[in-house]
Design a protein around this ligand. Structure first.
Ligand code: XMP
Length: 486
């Protein structure tokens, strides 16, 4: 038995001492960071791979402002891959493989395809890669005969305005505007279809210049995976669908089976970016890094919906956990990023995590109330709220068992309930509107934090950081006090 005598600290235990600052305006600082050594982010914020936080909608919204979302893994492999595809297809400047339909298909079939993929138009082909027409919602909305072939309503090739593979974004915008078009097919010299540019995508690209994008201009997105069973297949499918990063997410990541999984992933997918966790010690971070991880996720029990520390007695207050993980990596001579996962309640907590050396933070509950998080708001005691649940909560565990069993055997037995030992809770959080509004506040807080830290970048913040431990009276003083909040 060992007893470490130094006190372990978390965000509320400390403050940062303000430093002489060369920063004149909050605009003079950079919020960019690295998710891994080969993936840059515009802001150091990741939405958590929880089933009440990140699916495709949240991931798109996160990437548009420069962060990234990690789509949770509690769904079938097929659905997971589709979710990744949905993000990847959402706004590349060029859709490389646009959804296509045969000219003999019916208008009803075209309508169904557009609805299924939530798109406004389809390219019409001859079954191969020759463009023979274009059909949009506008062409079919008022059609009287839904069984008529698509060829009867489509725009014919001689009327289609097209671009070439050399067309630039600015040229595409000019052509779309000049002809008041929504879709611009890209054709090779021999008429072969090479892709599609849509007005919506051009508009989004202008609106979100900060977006986190891959080398093909598509939004970045990550996929969570577990160990064992189907998970190698899941990794293969989500990577094929375009996932930029795999997040191997195990409650106790410093475990032989997790280390083995990192090694297997590294062997099977040498090019893949792999984040592994969660750990809360120097040894844990080092072991996962040496197994081949590209970033380490740190956090055992700091999350707002976590009860791991209460149920098992294990965990490390988050600021110390981050510092320890970084020490472990430094001692091993490994320079890879650390993600601080869980317990972020405010932008100030995020600034502290980054100042302690984390390259980014992962956030769950704070985002669960957003419009973009899965699920609809409900009214509780007259207030609009959304549900958040720990992935090791009773509800989440039962949901997973049900999914494994299949829909037709949905009734869970008393035995199932008895077997679950939850390490998380289910809760409600206030409905918070759109994620971009929360991110605006979070990033604003970070910009101010950099300024107080005399830092132009997150790296400089870390170099300058000097923490001071505070007393309960200090914590009380930090919040608004002795006034009645409006
Ligand atoms: P926040 O505080 O942002 O934390 O809501 C999100 C992180 O919490 C972790 N997580 C859990 N931890 N039991 C736990 O001990 C759970 O049921 C659970 N569910 C999520 C996870 O790391 C997440 O990113």
């Amino acid at each position: 038995m060992k007893l470490r005598q130094t006190k372990a600290l978390t965000f509320d235990d400390v403050l940062l001492i303000p430093k002489r600052s060369p920063i004149r305006s909050r605009g003079d600082v950079a919020t960019t960071t690295r998710l891994t050594n080969s993936i840059q982010l515009g802001i150091p914020i990741i939405s958590a791979n929880m089933d009440t936080v990140t699916e495709a909608g949240m991931a798109m919204a996160m990437a548009r402002v420069g962060g990234i979302g990690i789509i949770h893994r509690f769904m079938t492999v097929e659905r997971h891959a589709r979710q990744i595809e949905q993000v990847k297809r959402s706004e590349g400047f060029v859709v490389e493989h646009p959804y296509a339909i045969d000219r003999e298909a019916t208008i009803a079939e075209a309508q169904k395809l557009m609805e299924r993929h939530d798109i406004g138009g389809l390219v019409v082909t001859n079954g191969g890669d020759k463009l023979v027409g274009l059909v949009t919602q506008r062409d079919i909305l008022l059609a009287l005969d839904a069984q008529a072939p698509v060829s009867s309503v489509m725009t014919l090739p001689d009327k289609i305005v097209s671009a070439t593979t050399e067309t630039t974004l600015d040229e595409a915008r000019a052509i779309l505007h000049q002809h008041r078009l929504e879709k611009l097919p890209i054709l090779a010299a021999d008429g072969t279809l090479r892709g599609l540019i849509t007005a919506q995508d051009v508009i989004k690209r202008q609106r979100y210049p900060q977006a986190a994008k891959d080398e093909r201009g598509r939004l970045r997105v990550g996929a969570a995976i577990g160990v064992g069973g189907n998970e190698m297949k899941r990794a293969e499918a989500v990577l094929a669908a375009g996932a930029d990063v795999l997040v191997l997410d195990i409650a106790h990541g410093h475990a032989d089976h997790c280390i083995d999984m990192v090694q297997s992933l590294r062997r099977n997918f040498p090019q893949a970016q792999i984040v592994a966790g969660n750990v809360a010690s120097a040894d844990g971070a080092r072991d996962l890094a040496e197994a081949g991880a590209d970033a380490i996720k740190v956090g055992i029990g700091p999350g707002s919906i976590c009860t791991t520390r209460i149920v098992t007695g294990f965990g490390v207050p988050q600021l110390t956990a981050v510092l320890d993980a970084i020490t472990g990596l430094q001692q091993a001579g490994i320079d890879i990023p650390v993600i601080s996962d869980g317990g972020i309640k405010t932008s100030g907590d995020m600034v502290k995590a980054l100042a302690a050396g984390a390259d980014s933070v992962m956030i769950g509950s704070l985002f669960a109330g957003c419009e973009e998080a899965p699920g609809s708001p409900v009214i509780r005691d007259g207030q609009k709220v959304k549900v958040v649940r720990g992935m090791a909560s009773l509800g989440a565990a039962m949901g997973r068992k049900e999914a494994e069993r299949g829909d037709d055997e949905s009734a869970e037995s008393q035995e199932d309930w008895d077997k679950v030992v939850p390490e998380g809770v289910e809760a409600v959080v206030p409905y918070r509107g759109h994620i971009r509004e929360i991110l605006y506040q979070m990033v604003g807080g970070l910009r101010s934090g950099l300024s107080y830290g005399g830092a132009r970048t997150i790296r400089e913040l870390q170099e300058n950081a000097e923490f001071v431990e505070i007393s309960p009276a200090g914590i009380r003083e930090s919040n608004s006090h002795d006034v009645k909040r409006m």
